[in-house]
Ligand binder design. Sequence first.
Ligand code: FCA
Length: 330
Amino acid sequence: MRLLKTALVAGALAVLSATTIASAYAQDTKIGFIVKQPEEPWFQDEWKFADQAAKEKGFTLVKIGAEDGEKLMSAIDNLGAQGAQGFVVCTPDVKLGPGIVAKAAANNLKLMTVDDRLVGADGKPLEDVPHMGISATKIGEAVGQAIIDQMKARGWKMDEVGAIRVSYDQLPTAVDRVEGAISVLKAAGFKAENIFDAPQAKTDTEAALNAATVVLNAHADIKKWIAFGLNDEAVLGAVRASESVGIPADGMIGVGIGGAESAINEFKKPTATGFVGTVIISPKRHGYETALNMYDWIANNKEPAKLTLTAGALAKRDDYQKVRKDLGIE
Ligand code: FCA
């Protein structure tokens, strides 16, 4: 009998402590941070800075890579099942917009997007979903200007130069970035017929290399090239392609966007390559600030701004360390 009593008490205690744990657990803030390309240094940096926010505020950050729509949808369900209250996402496909919004609502999760803004069935941005992105057109213009300055410094005649537009036109921010560069090039007298589209199947270096190789082979008579695209990886692909067809570094001017490890590794090479610069954007703002915004929304009911656009700063091989430091991302 005594034994039975002890067992009952122990059982009751176990139930009690389980409930206590559960309620403490429910009070905990858990935030998801889902990215489309976890292997890309930019996204690694975003996670790193989001982690910083989590440490400071004491919430749990759940980092998930979702390379396609299916993975993304199950990641959202998973966050719901884990008792998360919200998530920040850079989606693999912006057209999934309405589906993502519905999935978040079904799981009672607050939703904020970063980098790539969701669009509706009509292709227009879903303006109700808070978003932090880069000032894509302006940053593209800075890329175009950096390329013009470099062409001038090398004494190039614009008419002899070919331009590789590494493109990913299904993503609006990618279009804005390359079109920003093109507008500045055209205004400076660069001929539209010398700009060649190199559509990449994915936003990584290999896909850009493949796309740029097609352009270079189709115009083997052109010996001087410039290249731009949505990120550093796109431009690095074009630069690698130019090297593989025998164009020397002084025959290529590539300027990327990002400034994370892909660009830094290139600048660290002992000899300069055709990748001459990058417009550094801030993974700190995109990672730390969005995570903090989401936390404030959950914990303090403070809704994030509907749209925040961040700036960039041009950096080259000789000054990138300083630019990074100035941006607080060392
Ligand atoms: C997009 C690109 C990334 C990065 C980010 C700010 O998501 O794919 O490389 O440039 O915007």
